[in-house]
Design a protein around this ligand. Structure first.
Ligand code: BG6
Length: 497
């Protein structure tokens, strides 16, 4: 059966810099293929991959064909199909180009000529030090048209100063409304659903504040290590790689005030207010409020895996963190006194991302101690895998004997409820770029506010020489991450109900 379609009517040229790189091969081209397969792209839409070095177009198309077969099914039962591939392949062109050399842009300029009124999306899937030079070359060659957009991949800097520098450089060629900063977490179905859950239901919002919520936990756990990209990762670490962007965005969507419309700036204004209300964490606080960890050898799914310092390319003295846990405070009326505990790490026992909102226990219990503990209600939003929502509550166990309270869960699985394939985050984001919908992209002031807060921690770590504590691969991080929450009389959520 043909999938239901919403064909968009915006002719476009998408120019992917880094067109033979890992991101393009694993994510961008497969996402575009899927959009086309589901007939969501207009007929007049071209994809021009540019990268350093020559390659025959046929060879490039073949490489993409194989990549799409490998990466496009996103864990679902949707199969690659040659008929739709044949149509999609017509859109692809490969161009060898040295991004730093304006003279090598001739071929690109030729290809784009005569299509000045068509949406032109320059997608920079390259190292960030190329963002400024590419933007400058595009402008110098007059390739930045009115309907042009610039899409920037992370990392957008390594601190506020470098982020500022990159953004100032691209701003010389592209206006802010033309600049689309990707945080792929914002394209995930469940992340978008977080707003629907909060703002399209009357049930939760009245309880969504310090009067009823005890605390919030956000965990993004990965089983993978950093093998293969050690050098890049070692410069970054988990704080810059995951917290500064993905986890802070999840904090924002959980904590923000309801926007009055879905207008991109309305949403981003509300997120910005959260970022600006984050309690700063400086040198005096880092030992109490943050935990850094680094994985050692261990086992994942029963298979032995090396430690961070034993991965290929590793430098044995590295103190870079592969795990972070932070207790975050938000200084506003809604959240005063409600901690947000966030944690993320590589080589943890399971790949799972979830947001847990834990409510306060009832102020008084009429039940005798023998009925059991009054456990708090929890709303668990599972972002991946098994996307869904669980509401954990107490119920009476069956039977006429002594009354016993049982923890039970209302469980909504999106796969069962909606069926079909859960699209990859990049499908939504690429479509939004073509349509000109910036709501799911980070505005400059958001990015800078996130860096300002992150810089405080980075500086605090540097000033106090806070070491990354070792943890065994396959464990939930260093013991200090458990203490971080347990010394407040709370525990990390375990899905054991
Ligand atoms: C990327 C990070 O932004 O997100 C990676 O650079 C990380 O280190 C990845 O593995 C996680 O994304 P996802 O969608 O697999 O949760």
């Amino acid at each position: 059966m043909q999938p239901k379609t919403t064909l968009i009517s915006h002719p476009f040229d998408m120019i992917v810099f880094g067109g033979r790189g890992d991101l393009a091969r694993r994510k961008l081209i497969p996402a575009l293929y899927h959009l086309d397969r589901e007939r969501r792209l207009p007929d007049d839409g071209r994809i021009i991959a540019v990268s350093r070095g020559a390659m025959a177009n046929d060879a490039f198309v073949k490489m993409m064909h194989d990549d799409c077969m490998t990466y496009s099914t996103n864990g679902s039962d949707v199969q690659f199909d040659e008929v739709s591939w044949g149509r999609f392949a017509q859109r692809l062109t490969y161009l060898g180009l040295d991004a730093t050399d304006a003279k090598s842009y001739d071929g690109l300029a030729q290809l784009l000529k005569g299509r000045e009124d068509v949406v032109r999306a320059f997608y920079l899937a390259t190292a960030p030090d190329l963002f400024g030079p590419i933007a400058a070359n595009l402008k110098a060659l007059d390739l930045v048209t009115q309907p042009s957009r610039l899409v920037l991949e992370k990392p957008l800097g390594k601190d506020l100063a470098s982020a500022h520098e990159i953004n100032a450089a691209v701003a010389k060629a592209f206006a802010e409304p033309q600049t689309y900063r990707i945080d792929h977490y914002l394209g995930k179905e469940t992340v978008q659903n977080l707003m629907v859950l909060r703002f399209a239901n009357a049930l939760f919002e009245p309880l969504w504040n310090r009067t009823h919520i005890d605390h919030v936990q956000i965990s993004v756990a990965e089983t993978v290590g950093v093998g293969g990209r050690w050098k890049y990762y070692n410069e970054s670490g988990a704080l810059r790689d995951m917290i500064q962007n993905h986890l802070l965005q999840l904090v924002c969507l959980t904590a923000m005030e309801p926007p009055s419309t879905l207008d991109a700036d309305m949403i981003r204004d509300e997120k910005l207010k959260v970022l600006r209300a984050l309690q700063p964490i400086y040198a005096a606080d880092v030992a109490q409020a943050t935990v850094r960890g680094q994985y050692r050898a261990g086992a994942i799914d029963g298979k032995a895996v090396p430690g961070y310092l034993e991965e290929s390319d590793a430098e044995p003295q590295s103190n870079t963190e592969t795990f972070v846990a932070i207790k975050i405070g938000i200084d506003n009326w809604r959240w005063a006194g409600v901690p947000f505990y966030v944690r993320t790490g590589k080589r943890l026992p399971a790949r799972s991302s979830e947001i847990v909102v834990q409510f306060k226990t009832p102020p008084h219990s009429p039940y005798p101690a023998s009925a059991g503990t009054i456990h708090p209600n929890k709303l668990v939003m599972r972002l991946q895998p098994d996307e869904g929502i669980r509401l954990i509550m107490l119920n009476k166990g069956r039977g006429p004997g002594e009354l016993k309270l049982h923890q039970t869960a209302l469980d909504l699985s999106f796969a069962e409820t909606f069926g079909g394939r859960s699209p990859d985050a990049y499908e939504r984001l690429l479509l939004d770029v073509i349509r000109g919908r910036p709501a799911l992209f980070m505005r400059l002031d958001e990015l800078e506010a996130a860096w300002r807060w992150t810089d405080g921690i980075l500086q605090g770590w540097a000033d106090t020489a806070l070491a990354a504590k070792p943890y065994a691969a396959g464990s939930w991080g260093p013991n200090a991450a458990i203490s971080l929450i347990e010394r407040d009389g709370r525990t990390w959520h375990e899905d054991d109900i």
